[in-house]
Design a binder for this molecule. Structure first.
Ligand code: C2E
Ligand code: MG
Ligand code: MG
Length: 403
């Protein structure tokens, strides 16, 4: 049963909302002020919070700020209830990470629509929402990793995370044109945890937000550092997770980073997987249009493995299409993969996109991609993802691919 916490100081309004929600079979919890609301949210982990903006002592902004700082409550969908509909209030709330606003008095339909939209979106972001029961059924090993990750991030031990760098190379010239930053977690307790384990776990626990904030900042900082040291600046590609880019303040965060590190936007390319983009395609298009208008590059990652509708592909503002490793592996020996890869490259070019082949491991694959006029490659044939000093060595020596 979906549990909703209502934080509202006016008793009559509060009772009214509770009646409405209970009539719709929601489980409800009520808090008469912000302080109690924050503590209930922490103890009871509701699925959604409705919170009045104007309350004595801690107001709605204060409640939201405290919830967003606490890892157990940071990802709970949050809807403001307000008597005012002033633009500044709206903006301030959204920047803090509110998900929606309802202006009082609202109708039953408005309330229920806001709630169901938020819950559906949350379910889409977290493909497998982890309930307490699921967590108990988790293999012990996963719980250990989760607890360790939680503690590491809560204690701000980001030095355990490191970015590795893998160049993307122009197939015609053999020169490096971009670099993808890939996270690694070296846990003193667990050893190396690969991103394929780390990222989904961080996603499902809400820890992805502080982690991906750290990743994005590290990448911007590093790019600035290379520019300052006169190293040939490449476009820095960074993977963006599903719950990260739909944060209401995501665009603001990106703009702040560009300005803090004095980076021209074309130095940054955000990679979103095809699956991530399709979760809420209209919202994706909206957010990516804004990012593109700032001048940031956008890549669709792991293309071919998701379930994108080609109709949308034309509408998503993209610069780059990355063909998934799967199609490239054994490309010369597999006629079906060859047919698909050829079609993907042609389609990418027709849409005016740069096409990058991921996971290129041997010369046979490279030659074929060159023949198919694929623009760029990334893969073990040139190099595996490298720790910073090794990658910088490549940059300094202007290493290129022998074609
Ligand atoms: P991705 O973005 O598609 O990254 C490419 C993956 O392919 C990397 O795996 C890379 O090491 C691997 N790869 C590169 N060349 C070859 C090759 O020639 N052969 C094969 N078999 N593999 C190759 P990695 O680093 O393990 O990352 C896996 C995925 O985890 C990434 O796929 C990305 O979706 C996610 N990820 C990695 N770092 C981050 C991050 O900082 N943030 C987020 N949100 N996701 C990340
Ligand atoms: Mg990627
Ligand atoms: Mg990929």
């Amino acid at each position: 049963m979906t549990k909703i916490l209502v934080i509202e100081d006016e008793e009559s309004v509060r009772e009214n909302i509770l009646d409405l929600l209970e009539a719709e079979d929601f489980e409800t919890i009520a808090a008469p002020n912000g302080k109690i609301g924050v503590s209930i949210a922490d103890n009871e982990s509701p699925d959604l919070i409705l919170c009045d903006l104007m309350m004595p002592e801690i107001d709605g902004y204060g409640v939201l700020a405290q919830l967003r700082e606490n890892f157990t409550t940071s990802a709970i969908p949050f809807i403001f209830l307000t008597a005012r509909a002033a633009k500044e209030d709206f903006r301030q709330g959204m920047e803090l990470g509110a998900d929606d606003y309802l202006t009082k008095p609202f109708t039953r339909t408005e309330l229920l629509t806001a709630i169901t939209t938020r819950l559906q979106r949350q379910a889409a972001i977290i493909n497998n929402p982890i309930s307490l029961a699921d967590v108990k059924a988790y293999p012990k090993e996963m719980r250990i990793i989760e607890n360790t990750l939680r503690r590491t991030i809560e204690e701000g031990k980001f030095r355990e995370f490191q970015m590795y760098y893998q160049p993307i190379v122009d197939i015609k010239s053999g020169k490096m044109i971009a670099v993808e930053s890939l996270v690694r977690w070296w846990s003193p307790k667990l050893g190396l945890v690969c991103p394929e384990e780390l990222i989904p776990l961080a996603e499902s626990t809400g820890l992805i937000i502080p982690l991906s904030d750290w990743i994005l900042e590290s990448v911007c900082k590093q790019t600035r550092n290379w520019l300052d040291n006169g190293l040939d600046a490449l476009t820095s590609c960074v993977n963006i997770s599903a719950s990260q880019y739909i944060q209401p303040n995501f665009i603001h965060k990106v703009e702040n980073l560009l300005s803090t590190y004095n980076l021209a936007p074309h130095y940054l390319e955000l990679e979103l997987t095809e699956t991530t983009m399709m979760q809420d395609i209209n919202k994706t298009i909206d957010i990516l249009k804004k990012l593109k208008s700032i001048g940031i590059n956008i890549a669709i990652d792991d293309f071919g493995t998701g379930n994108s509708s080609l109709i949308y592909l034309k509408q998503i503002p993209l610069n780059t299409l990355k063909i998934d490793n799967y199609f490239i592996h054994n490309l010369p020996e597999d006629n079906r993969k060859l047919a698909i890869t050829k079609a993907l490259i042609e389609m990418g070019h027709n849409l005016d996109l740069k096409v990058v082949a991921e996971g290129v491991e041997n010369l046979g694959e490279l030659r074929l991609l060159r023949h198919l006029k694929c623009d760029a490659m990334q893969g073990f044939l040139f190099t595996e993802p490298l720790p910073k000093p090794d990658f910088e060595q490549m940059l300094v020596s202007k290493q290129s691919l022998n074609i």
